[in-house]
Design a protein around this ligand. Structure first.
Ligand code: N01
Length: 898
C-alpha cells in the first residue's frame, strides 16, 4: 500500500503543518509561493518513514516502475531523487535536439497496458520534452510523486551486518534505514570531467549537454564552440548552428551517424504492435537488443559489395538505430565484415558534405562500426555545409587551453561567446561509485571495483548483501533498449524480494564463485567481439584512470533474461540466502558454455534436428555432408591438391594443403573426425586450412575406411599405412621428410594416437609430435564426462555408443589399436598436444590420455578448452571462441616441427 496521506495541494497549509523531518510533510515540486489559480499541482502530504523495506535511489523510468511494484507488493519504500521531478536522463538532458533514438513503439513502458490507449506519441523518435511529459503523466496517474523525495541526494550507504539493514545518508541530513537498497541511478547520469586544460579560466557561459538549463539557451548571434562529437553533440549541433552567428565544432573522433528520418511511427511496427501487442512485447524481451528485429543470416563477406550496399541502403532507409548493424550476421565479430558497413557509412558522408576535406575529417576510420555508440541525427552532416560552421580536427590541432575568452588550439586562438561541453559521461559506474557505498567488513564498492566492476548478473555484488543495481555493469543496459532492460531488472528484484519474504529470508548475497563465473562469462562474450579494440565509453576509455573492460553485457537481452530467470528457477543459483536462523547457499555458475557455442546449441535445438544415432550410416553421412556444405570455407592456403595413396586395404584418397610460404614444409598427416563412420579427407577442410596457414605446415588429410562396412581395425591400419606412405613420399610432396607429425580430431584423434603408437612399435616413421583434438582414447566409456555431458552438446553419449557399435566389437575395444589409453606402455611416444573440451562426453578420456602420456615421460601440452564442446574448436570462422585454442594448436605444431 502507498505510505502516503493524500490531500489537495495547499502549500500554506503544508507550511504550517509539517516541518521537514518531523513525520508528515509536503511532497511534490518545490513551488516557492503557491501560484494563485494553479490547480494541477502534483503534491500532497505523506508520512515520511525513516525505516523502510526498500530505499531506491533515482526516479527515472527505473525508480518509478520499481516504486509502483514495491507498493503493489506491500513493501514500504523511500525513493530519493536529486532532481526536482521524475524522468531521470530525460529530466537532465534538455539540450536542443535531444531525442530518444529508439522508436517510441519500443521505448514505452509495457507494465501498464492502459497507457497504450491513454498516451499517444506524436513522433517516431520522441523528443526530450515529450518523454519527460510521459514520465510525469505516468507518475501522476499512479500517484508516484507521493513516494518520491525530490532534491535529495544520497551521500552514503552502509551495511550493518548485525541488524542486516542498510543505513542511507541523505544530503538533507536525514538518515534512513532499509532492509534493501537499490541504485536506480541510470547508466549515463554523471557528466565526466571534460579533461581539458583551463576549463575554469573561461569567463563566458558554459553549458554541459547532460546538465542543460531548464529555461533553455538562446545562441542567436553568438559565437559558439561545441567540444565533442558523440550522440549529444550530433543531435544538438544542427540546432545550435541554426541560431549561432558562428559555430566551431571541436572533434577528436568522428562518429558513425545515420538520419533518423523522423516522422510518424513506423507503419510496419505499429501494425505488428496493434495486431498482437503481447507477442510483440514478448519478442522484444527475447530479442538481442530489446527491439524485435529479424535476425540476419547473411555474412557481409558472403555477398558482392554492390549487393551489400544495396542491403545496407534498405536498412538505412528504415531510419532505425539497430537496422544497419542487423543487416549482416558477422559485423560484431569480424573486422572485415564490419568494414563493409564502415565503407557504406563513409560513402553517405561523402554524398552529403560538399567540402571533400571536411567530409574526410567527419569520416570515422580506425574503429569498427558499433564499437562506439552509433548515432542518429537530423541534418548533422548537412550542417557542415553552412558557411558559418567550421570543424576543427583535434588530432591535428589539439586544444592547448581554454582561456578567459575562448579556446587555444593548434596554432590558433579564438574567442567565443559560449562554450558547450558535449564530452560525455562517467558511464555505467560513475553514479554508483559516486555514492559512498560500504558493504560487509568496511569494504566500499569503489575500492572493490578499482580494477573494474565485479557483479553477479550486473544486479548484485559480493560483500554487499541486499544491494541491487538496475541496469548495472555486467547487464545488457546501454547495449539494449533501456525500457526493456529496466522492466526486466525491476521485475527480477520485485520477484526476489517477494520470494525472500515468502521463504522467511532476510538477506541475499551473491557467492564469490558465481560472481567470478559471471565475470568470466562477460569476458568471454566481450572477447569474441570487436569492442576491445576501440577507445569508447563502453570500455571506460573516456575517463582517465578508469579500468578498461567492456562494462555492459554483450550476450543479448533475451539470453540475459533467460539467465536471470534460470538463476531464480534453480533456487537462486549463485546466491546465499539467510534469515530467521536459517541459511541456504546454492553455489554455482550459471553460464559456462562459450557464448557463441551456446548460440549454436540454441539454434540447433530450435531447428529440432534429428539425432544422428537415430539414422542409418548412409543417412548420417548424407546429413553430415549437408551440414558441412553450409560452413565457412576457412582461410586461403597456397594450394590444395587431391590424390590417392595406398592404404592397408586399397587406395585411400587424400587432400594436401600447402602453405603459401616457401617450402619444403614440415608435414602433418591429419585424420578427420566422424566416429569412424562418416567424414572424409575433405570433411575437416576448414580446420586443415586453418592449421596449414597458421602453423605453416603441409597438411596431408587422409581418408580411411569407414565402419560398419569396414570395422576395427580397418581405420587404425589405414591410418598407419597412410602415415608410412606420406613419410616415404614427403620430399616428392614438397615436404621435409625429417619433420613429420600426426594430428586428428575425435575418431581421427584416435587414429592419430594409434598411428603414433604403431610407428613407435614398428620401426617408424619417426614422429616429431602428435596433436590430438578431443580424441577418443578409451572404448570402455566409463569416464564421468560421458554421464556429465551425456546430452545437449552435439556429441551425445548415445551417439558415441552408436559409433562404437558400428566400429568395434566389445571384445576388441580394449585393444590399444582401438583404445590407445589402454596401451600397456606409453613411453617413447612423440611430444603431444592434447586438447579436451569442457562439455564433451570424451573430455575425461582425453584428459586421462594426457595424464598417462605425462606419466610415461612424454612431453605434453594439455589444453582443457573452457566452455567448449566436442565440435566447437573445429568450427573455423563460425565460432570466434575457437580461435585461441586453434592458435595454441598451431603453435604446438610449429614447436614440434621447428
Ligand atoms: O557522449 P560521448 P554523449 N577533448 O561520450 C569527446 C547516450 N545518448 O553525451 O570519442 C575533446 O558519446 C569525445 O571524443 P572521443 C548514448 O548512449 C543517447 O554524446 O572520446 N573531446 C566524444 O566525441 C551516447 O553514446 C541519446 O575521442 C573530448 C564526445 O566528447 C551516450 O549517451 C542522445 C574530450 C563525447 O561523446 C553519451 O553520449 C545522447 C576531450 N577532453 C546521448 N572528452 C539518444 O538516445 C570527450 N570528448 C538519442
Amino acid at each position: 500500500m502507498p505510505d502516503g496521506l493524500h490531500g489537495e495541494p495547499d502549500r500554506q497549509k503544508c507550511r504550517g503543518f509539517a516541518p521537514k523531518g518531523v513525520g508528515v510533510e509536503w511532497f511534490g515540486p518545490d513551488l516557492g509561493e503557491c501560484p494563485p489559480g494553479k490547480t494541477d499541482l502534483t503534491g500532497g502530504f505523506r508520512v515520511s518513514k525513516s525505516d523502510v523495506d526498500v530505499v531506491v535511489v533515482g526516479a527515472g523510468f527505473a525508480g518509478m516502475y520499481l516504486l509502483h511494484e514495491l507498493r503493489a507488493n506491500g513493501f514500504s519504500s523511500r525513493v530519493l531523487e536529486a532532481g526536482d521531478d521524475v524522468g531521470g536522463t530525460w529530466y537532465w538532458n534538455r539540450y536542443p535536439g535531444a531525442r530518444c533514438d529508439i522508436s517510441t513503439t519500443d521505448y514505452s513502458y509495457t507494465w501498464d497496458p492502459e497507457l497504450h490507449d491513454q498516451w499517444t506519441w506524436s513522433e517516431k523518435h520522441a523528443a526530450q520534452p515529450e518523454i519527460l511529459k510521459y514520465a510525469q503523466f505516468v507518475a501522476k496517474k499512479h500517484d508516484l510523486y507521493s513516494g518520491i523525495d525530490f532534491n535529495v541526494k544520497v551521500t552514503g550507504a552502509v551495511w550493518n551486518d548485525s541488524t542486516k539493514r542498510w543505513t542511507i545518508n541523505a544530503s538533507t541530513g536525514e538518515t534512513i534505514t532499509a532492509r534493501h537498497y537499490v541504485m536506480a541511478t541510470g547508466c549515463l547520469s554523471v557528466p565526466k570531467d571534460p579533461d581539458i586544460p583551463g576549463t575554469d579560466r573561461y569567463q563566458g557561459p558554459v553549458y554541459v549537454t547532460g546538465r542543460w538549463p531548464h529555461e533553455g539557451v538562446d545562441f542567436t548571434g553568438k559565437r559558439v564552440a561545441v567540444i565533442g562529437t558523440g550522440s549529444s553533440s550530433i543531435q544538438s549541433i544542427p540546432h545550435i548552428a541554426a541560431q549561432a552567428s558562428e559555430l566551431v565544432v571541436f572533434q577528436r573522433t568522428p562518429n558513425y551517424s545515420m538520419p533518423a528520418f523522423n516522422g510518424p511511427q513506423p507503419a510496419d511496427r505499429v501494425a505488428r504492435l496493434k495486431g498482437d501487442r503481447k507477442a510483440y512485447e514478448a519478442e522484444a524481451r527475447l530479442s538481442s537488443a530489446g527491439v524485435p528485429m529479424e535476425m540476419p543470416t547473411v555474412s557481409a563477406l558472403g555477398v558482392s559489395r554492390d549487393e551489400a550496399f544495396a542491403m545496407l541502403e534498405k536498412s538505412w532507409q528504415k531510419g532505425e538505430l539497430l537496422a544497419i548493424g542487423a543487416t549482416f550476421m558477422d559485423v560484431g565479430t569480424n573486422r572485415e565484415a564490419n568494414e563493409v558497413i564502415c565503407d557504406f557509412m563513409r560513402s553517405k558522408i561523402k554524398e552529403v558534405v560538399k567540402d571533400p576535406e571536411t567530409a574526410e575529417l567527419l569520416s570515422p576510420r580506425g574503429h569498427a562500426y558499433g564499437t562506439k555508440r552509433p548515432c542518429m541525427d537530423t541534418n548533422y552532416f548537412q550542417t557542415f555545409n553552412l558557411p558559418h560552421v567550421r570543424l576543427v580536427d583535434l588530432r591535428k590541432k589539439p586544444i592547448t587551453s581554454i582561456t578567459e575568452t575562448g579556446i587555444e588550439f593548434g596554432d590558433e586562438s579564438k574567442d567565443f561567446d559560449a562554450i558547450v561541453y558535449a564530452t560525455g559521461f562517467d558511464a555505467m559506474t560513475g553514479a554508483i561509485v559516486n555514492v559512498d557505498i560500504t558493504g560487509k567488513n568496511g569494504l566500499t564498492l569503489k575500492k572493490k571495483w578499482e580494477h573494474g566492476p565485479l557483479t553477479y548478473l550486473g544486479l548484485t555484488s559480493v560483500g554487499f548483501p541486499n544491494f541491487y543495481m538496475i541496469t548495472g555493469p555486467g547487464s545488457p543496459s546501454v547495449l539494449s533498449n533501456m525500457m526493456v532492460s529496466i522492466e526486466q531488472h525491476v521485475e527480477w528484484i520485485r520477484d526476489t524480494l517477494v520470494d525472500l519474504r515468502e521463504a522467511g529470508f532476510d538477506t541475499i548475497e551473491a557467492t564469490p564463485v558465481a560472481e567470478e563465473g559471471w565475470r568470466v562469462h562477460c569476458t568471454d562474450c566481450a572477447d569474441i567481439t570487436l569492442f576491445q579494440d576501440t577507445n569508447s565509453w563502453y570500455m571506460g576509455a573516456n575517463v582517465p584512470g578508469k579500468p578498461r573492460v567492456l562494462f555492459p553485457y554483450i550476450g543479448g537481452v533475451g539470453r540475459y533474461r533467460q539467465t536471470c530467470d534460470e538463476v531464480r528457477a534453480r533456487g537462486y543459483l549463485g546466491f546465499e540466502l539467510s534469515g530467521s536462523g536459517k541459511a541456504q547457499r546454492n553455489d554455482g555458475i550459471v553460464r559456462q558454455v562459450q557464448p557463441d557455442v551456446d548460440m549454436v546449441l540454441e539454434m540447433m535445438a530450435q531447428m529440432g534436428l534429428p539425432s544422428m544415432d537415430s539414422m542409418s550410416p548412409a543417412e548420417a553421412r548424407a546429413f553430415s555432408e549437408a551440414s558441412s556444405a553450409m560452413r565457412p570455407p576457412g582461410p586461403e592456403v597456397g594450394e590444395m591438391i587431391d590424390g590417392t595413396l595406398p592404404g592397408a586395404g586399397g587406395p585411400l584418397e587424400y587432400r594436401l594443403y600447402r602453405p603459401a610460404t616457401k617450402g619444403p614444409h614440415p608435414v602433418v598427416v591429419y585424420f578427420h573426425g566422424g566416429g569412424w563412420v562418416f567424414g572424409s579427407h575433405v570433411s575437416d577442410d576448414p580446420l586443415c586450412r586453418d592449421l596449414c596457414k597458421n602453423a605453416d605446415v603441409l597438411i596431408v588429410s587422409v581418408n580411411y575406411r569407414h565402419a560398419p562396412e569396414d570395422r576395427f581395425p580397418a581405420a587404425a591400419d589405414d591410418g598407419y599405412a597412410a602415415l608410412q606412405w606420406v613419410a616415404a613420399n614427403a620430399a616428392s610432396l614438397g615436404g621435409d621428410p625429417s619433420r613429420i607429425a600426426v594430428a586428428g580430431w575425435s575418431a581421427g584423434g584416435n587414429v592419430a594416437a594409434v598411428a603414433a603408437q604403431l610407428a613407435r612399435d614398428n620401426g617408424g616413421p619417426s614422429l616429431k609430435g602428435q596433436l590430438l583434438l578431443t580424441p577418443v582414447t578409451d572404448g570402455s566409456r566409463q569416464h564421468g564426462s560421458h554421464h556429465e555431458n551425456a546430452d545437449g552438446f552435439i556429441l551425445t553419449k548415445s551417439l558415441m555408443e552408436w559409433f562404437w557399435n558400428h566400429y568395434a566389437d566389445e571384445s576388441d575395444r580394449s585393444h590399444p589399436k582401438a583404445s590407445p589409453l589402454l596401451a600397456s606402455n606409453l613411453a617413447g611416444l612423440p611430444p603431444a598436444m592434447v586438447v579436451t573440451a569442457q562439455f564433451d562426453p570424451l573430455r575425461d578420456e582425453g584428459d586421462a590420455y594426457a595424464r598417462a602420456l605425462m606419466g610415461a615421460g612424454v612431453p605434453v601440452e594439455h589444453l582443457q578448452a573452457r566452455g567448449h564442446i566436442h565440435t566447437s574448436i573445429t568450427m573455423v570462422d563460425a565460432l570466434p571462441s575457437g580461435k585461441p585454442p586453434r592458435a595454441q594448436m598451431a603453435a604446438a605444431l610449429r614447436r614440434f616441427l621447428a
